[in-house]
Write a protein that binds this ligand. Structure first.
Ligand code: 0X9
Ligand code: ZN
Length: 449
């Protein structure tokens, strides 16, 4: 796709769209000012699933309670059902206002808006045009391009946009307010291209087909920062038939869609949409993945809670192919040694159907993970932890990302077979020394372009 023409068109259309979203006042029936941050007593995954089935979005899990965002109707229902509301806070008091009429507040200016992300991706691509290209893989419901950076050292693969090399896809920002989840895939791209002459990295770049899609939900992300206060927006910006807004993109994928932990109520934060893949954003990811079935690894970044999640999420069942189950577990446990997150099956958190990873694995056998990035707790800032957190979150996750890229040729290498182990050790020596001091692997690269 012709990058420059597309980029110019995007700049124009997104400026237009920005002004539309600034003047828009329609919120739908669950207006952000009606939403509350609540702490509810819940001791286990069954209770958490019941809460999630009420259409409440659970944001952090503690040993005997959860933090969630809910409207007054949902809170009443929870109380009627005997759940204890231990805390109830106004969302809007969580972060102060700022003077800019659009974008991140000055103290968070390192976070990228849609336009700043595009500029950063373009600069990166232009500096590394021999091994990367920037493509739009579709459009959001408001018409913004969904940008994907393709990294591949074979010119013909870049031109055709497809490859026989083992592929890995990294994506972020399915959920609008989870802004850290965009920064990490962007920094991963900057890291890989910034270290392309490092033998450990160049070997990877030569042998893998990498795609980075940092912002799957640009409309929601822009909406979240379009006034002088964060809006705690999660969904996309679909105008539903009844005038409410938004579908939860992580409930809209077409594998066991609508079978639990999502809602038919349009105003719910976990509204599943009218049908599987009803949304242009999830359609774009579906079509993209289905055009790139060389993909063996997929990582979808979310925030927050510091978790490494793997399928299934729609069911408490284990994966029936025991080699796959063991591979997921082994990979999650290995990555947890680097980022110190908790590795677990997604439904151990709570049941949720229609998420990216159940579909990617269930439909295409891709080893697909969700990372819930830092912070670990609501009290450390929840979705809005401040820009100071970004470097640390990236440092924590660079080795897990490199590990996934490495394994894209054959994730089963992690299984406990001697030949795989020795192969693995030599790979690790080539590009990562486990538990090495951070400085060996990490240098900030163009934190903000
Ligand atoms: O609920 C989600 O979509 C994800 N958590 S978030 O706080 N970022 O919204 C977790 C999805 C994990 N998948 C399942 N539990 N199925
Ligand atoms: Zn999320």
């Amino acid at each position: 796709m012709a990058l420059n023409i597309l980029a110019a068109l995007t700049l124009f259309s997104s400026l237009l769209l920005s002004s539309i979203s600034i003047t828009s006042t329609a919120y739908g029936s669950s207006r952000p000012d009606e939403m509350r941050f609540i702490q509810i007593g819940a001791k286990n995954k069954i209770e958490r699933t019941i809460i999630s089935n009420l259409g409440v979005s659970i944001e952090a899990v503690k040993s005997d309670s959860v933090w969630a965002i809910a409207n007054s109707k949902q809170i009443l229902k929870l109380q009627n059902d005997g759940y204890k509301v231990l805390g109830n806070f106004d969302l809007k008091t969580a972060r102060g206002g700022h003077e800019n009429s659009f974008g991140f507040p000055p103290e968070d200016s390192r976070f990228h808006t849609y336009q700043q992300l595009l500029a950063a991706l373009q600069e990166l691509q232009v500096k590394n045009s021999d091994i990367s290209s920037l493509q739009s893989i579709g459009n959001s419901i408001e018409g913004r391009d969904l940008w994907a950076l393709h990294i591949n050292s074979t010119a013909s693969d870049l031109t055709s946009g497809s490859s026989n090399k083992p592929g890995a896809i990294f994506m972020g920002n399915h959920h609008a307010r989870e802004h850290v989840s965009l920064e990490i895939p962007l920094m991963l791209a900057q890291y890989l291209l910034g270290h392309r002459r490092d033998p450990r990295i160049s070997r990877m770049l030569d042998t893998r087909d990498l795609w980075i899609i940092p912002m799957v939900n640009p409309d929601g992300a822009e909406y979240d920062v379009a006034t002088n206060e964060y809006r705690y927006w999660r969904k996309n910006r679909r105008k539903n038939k009844d005038g409410t807004f938004g579908v939860d993109l992580n409930r809209n994928y077409g594998f066991e869609w609508g079978t639990g932990g999502s809602d038919t109520e349009t105003s719910s934060d976990v509204y599943m949409g009218t049908e599987p893949f009803s949304e242009p954003e999830t359609q774009a990811i579906r079509d993209f993945v289905e055009k790139h079935l060389n993909t063996k690894i997929l990582l979808s970044f979310h925030t927050f809670s510091e978790l490494i999640l793997y399928p299934w999420g729609h069911s408490y069942d284990k994966i029936s192919k025991s080699d796959d189950q063991r591979t997921f577990e082994k990979m999650a446990q290995t990555m947890a040694k680097w980022n110190h997150y908790t590795p677990e099956q997604a439904s151990d958190l709570y049941i949720a159907s229609g998420d990216t990873t159940d579909w990617a694995y269930g439909k295409h056998g891709i080893f697909a993970f969700t990372f819930e990035l830092s912070p670990s707790d609501m009290m450390d800032g929840g979705f809005y932890p401040g820009e100071k957190i970004i470097d640390r979150v990236f440092r924590d996750n660079i080795q897990p990302c490199l590990y996934m890229i490495d394994l894209a040729d054959n994730p089963y290498r992690v299984l406990d077979k001697p030949s795989f182990n020795s192969q693995r050790k030599s790979w690790l020596k080539n590009y990562v020394q486990p538990h090495a001091p951070e400085s060996i692997f990490w240098e900030p690269i163009n934190p903000k372009l």
